[in-house]
Write a protein that binds this ligand. Sequence first.
Ligand SMILES: Cc1cc2nc3c(=O)[nH]c(=O)nc-3n(C[C@H](O)[C@H](O)[C@H](O)COP(=O)(O)O)c2cc1C
Length: 328
Amino acid sequence: MFETRITQLLGIKYPIIQGGLQWLATAQLASAVSEAGGLGIISSLSSPNEGALRMEIRRMKEMTKKPFGINLSMLPELTKGDRTEEILKVILEEGVPIVETSGRSPEPFVQILKRQGIKLIHKAPSVRFARKAESIGADAVTIVGFECGGHPGMDDVTSLVLIPRAAESIRIPIIAGGGIADARGFLAALALGAEGVVMGTRFVATHECPAHPRIKEWFVKARETDTMVIQRSIRNAARVIKNKAAEKTLLMEERGASLEELLTVISGQMGLKALQEGDLEGALIACGQCVGLIHGIKSVKEVIEEIIQNAQSILKKLNSICEEGPKR
Ligand SMILES: Cc1cc2nc3c(=O)[nH]c(=O)nc-3n(C[C@H](O)[C@H](O)[C@H](O)COP(=O)(O)O)c2cc1C
């Protein structure tokens, strides 16, 4: 059921991928996703150095024998020193089967990955970047709409338009993200031309996610209007929870703050502390609009199985509408 080019390419049961989640996508969360039939992805930037990343990958291999990936977020303007080379070295040495890149083009190392048989998924927020990824040899493209948690790009195009635009523009399989938290979004994405989905926000409110319980509870109570987009002034738009840190960032941007000034509020380290301590106001926390669709903290397995089962029920309902019209 729901076998697509994405399930075949990645060797997974269901076309459901857990996107890189800085500080949260550890082996604990990612292995639960892979074990449940999806693709779990570890965030490389959550590990402070080469040794820690190597340990996390080895921990993952002990926790699951199923396929998994490593997210390689490359946002040089916000990170002190580019760690891409160091992370790549660990990926190659540890025999990681799948890499999800984001932030900038993975062109310089596509051939290195290919030579080792590593599958490359590139995440992009626009059709232009998706085309570029296809042209340089990515195996699949993840396309994320404006609703998404994290970085929605600068074009403000929502998933409902972006997914079919990507599907009509490229031939390699598409994984759709941004706004998908349940079976309805999953099936809609497939209907729009995707062959898999990536979810970030939904996986935060799971038992296996290492976020502080207060953060998870906020994700359950929040509405779809409780996020906002910041960092447009540095052309690195980010959708985060609407809190004091985000409002402060926006005010600083409005008065023309420099990148150095902005870094005092947007630094990733502050996000780590907030997620660990459950501080909902003091730091930026990435979150998508689909937070309004999350109504409970569940296990990863429950989230994935519910999506597959409910998608089957929706399909039956749609078929009956198509064949017989509405039930009286
Ligand atoms: C808490 C959080 C942290 C994230 N961190 C990263 C990251 O480090 N790298 C990355 O490429 N994407 C990151 N993302 C984006 C997700 O991988 C995914 O693309 C996005 O969440 C999909 O949209 P959704 O939030 O509507 O599910 C993050 C998202 C969230 C919610």
